[in-house]
Design a protein around this ligand. Structure first.
Ligand SMILES: [Zn+2]
Length: 420
């Protein structure tokens, strides 16, 4: 059914955006830093801005006056008395309808979209069921257009209010050039998807690997807001990873890094969707479990058998103590632990967030996975980093895409100003 997305979101915060400033952030124009500080705090008085950004009270007043004139900030109606001086402390906030962005998660089966205002708040959301078949770029853009139309209709807004679009999809994405090197959703390799979308929608479009979008969701709205180094590992119909190092999303040189799902855990092992063998994904992703489940439960995997149903049955059987089904989950759990311990050894993150729809009913091996990670890691007998399990809905991934679009639109806005 097309319409509202699954609206359970665990991303709840006051304000949005990273709370720690990265190295690049220090180089941004001061006006942008003031704007982003207020957005991150949800609201801030001039004295807070002056203290946080280490600028004089006079500069804070001038800069905020500029931003108010530009229609980006406004004074909040409610004021509180400054305890020490007795003067009213007027808090400032972002003008939410100064602009809107759309964030989209493209999936195999469901596409999800979120409309966010300039403060980062979600205004509306929509989802659309689609066929699982791979498609050419033009057809995928038809999907995107239909979904955006649905989204904007629900919000009572038009495309003229939208200043930028963020799109996340599985695969190898070159975000700087908007190229999809490979995606399980698209028919061909090396597709200039970003440029095609910009031409079609006449808006800046940013493209990211979907795991990066979810990582941004955690960095902007979730547990990662105040963490300088953390990793997100997603297990769905594929295994993805996102990484924040020094408060910044890490992408590697060619935007092809962090493909945890395609790191090899077995020479000449199980066949992966990518065509190679022995990838982690071929042991722990949904399709790998479905493949094993269909064999163990003696189901023929033809068009009539729904993969999701096989997974559900497999899980029910395992919960009921069916040893064959149990073994499949346990084996997947051990491979997941292997992957996670490699992440710990490579990056030493303070936090690993495990995510994916399957996590909603994966009580079975979560504890065992953590014990296995510990055993596989040189960790002096204790868990080397915090591990949290966040059963994110598609909506959260799409919110991450709004964060990416907001960051892009904000950068463009202030850079254009600085140049002009
Ligand atoms: Zn692979």
């Amino acid at each position: 059914m097309d319409g509202e997305a699954d609206s359970t979101t665990i991303l709840v915060s006051d304000g949005c955006g990273p709370l720690l400033v990265d190295t690049l952030g220090q180089l941004k124009p001061l006006r942008q830093r003031v704007f982003e500080y207020v957005r991150a705090q949800s609201s801030a008085a001039r004295s807070d801005i002056s203290r946080a950004l280490e600028i004089s009270p006079g500069s804070a007043t001038t800069l905020t006056a500029d931003l108010i004139r530009a229609g980006l900030l406004r004074e909040m109606a409610e004021t509180e008395r400054d305890q020490t001086r007795g003067r009213p402390r007027v808090a400032l906030e972002i003008v939410p309808d100064a602009g809107f962005v759309i964030g989209i998660k493209l999936g195999d089966g469901v596409h999800t979209a979120v409309l966010a205002d300039f403060s980062g708040a979600m205004v509306s959301n929509a989802s659309m069921t689609v066929s699982r078949a791979v498609r050419p770029v033009t057809q995928m853009l038809d999907d995107v257009e239909a979904l955006m139309t649905l989204l904007l209709e629900k919000a009572g807004r038009g495309m003229e209010h939208v200043r930028g679009i963020g799109i996340g999809m599985a695969g190898l994405i070159d975000h700087t050039h908007g190229l999809v090197r490979w995606s399980p959703l698209l028919e061909a390799r090396d597709q200039p998807f970003g440029a095609a979308a910009e031409t079609r929608f006449a808006r800046p479009v940013v493209l990211e690997n979907d795991a990066n979008m979810l990582t941004l969701a955690e960095l902007w709205f979730g547990s990662g807001r105040a963490k300088s180094d953390f990793a997100v590992v997603t297990i769905e119909n594929g295994v993805g990873m996102g990484l924040v190092l020094n408060n910044e999303l890490y992408r590697g040189s060619f935007g092809m890094g962090l493909e945890l799902g395609h790191t090899k855990v077995q020479m000449e092992g199980a066949l992966c969707r990518c065509g190679q063998r022995g990838c982690l994904e071929a042991y722990i992703s949904d399709y790998a479990l479905v493949r094993e489940g269909a064999t163990a439960l003696n189901l023929s995997l033809d068009q009539n058998v729904n993969a999701r149903a096989v997974l559900e049955t497999l899980f029910k059987e395992a919960s009921a103590g069916n040893p064959a089904a149990e073994k499949i989950f346990k084996r997947a759990g051990r491979f997941l632990a292997l992957g996670l311990s490699n992440v710990v050894h490579l990056f030493d993150p303070a936090l690993i967030i495990l995510s994916g729809k399957r996590m909603t009913y994966d009580f079975m091996y979560a504890g065992e996975v953590l014990t296995d990670v510990q055993q596989l890691t040189l960790s002096r007998g204790q868990m080397p980093c915090q591990v949290e399990i966040h059963p994110h809905a598609d909506l959260d991934w799409a919110r991450g895409a709004t964060a990416r679009a907001l960051a892009q639109v904000t950068d463009m806005m202030f850079t254009a100003e600085a140049a002009g």
